[in-house]
Design a protein around this ligand. Sequence first.
Ligand SMILES: [Zn+2]
Ligand SMILES: [Zn+2]
Length: 100
Amino acid sequence: MPATCCAVQCSHNAKNCKLKRFPVNEVRAKVWEQMLRRKNFTRKSFHRICACHFPKSQYDDINESRLRPDAVPLVFPTHTINQCESLDEPTLVSIFNLMV
Ligand SMILES: [Zn+2]
Ligand SMILES: [Zn+2]
């Protein structure tokens, strides 16, 4: 099956977006899972989150296509999106409660 983004209301795939793997670090992977806010979500090795869910601040300063080592997906659509470019007003979800 083709890999698609596992975020709610996002069906981006490797053809129309860049897919990111979950972090190897289990603690960080759990944070990503929580950010998805999907009920009964069981992470599998094929799960990916697309680049749309990461604001610029989560990317490496030098290599802008790379995520920071501590990057967390923050941008999730509140409506159906078809293209990355249509995310003009991303919804920022606070992660601070998850990090303490
Ligand atoms: Zn996505
Ligand atoms: Zn995307």
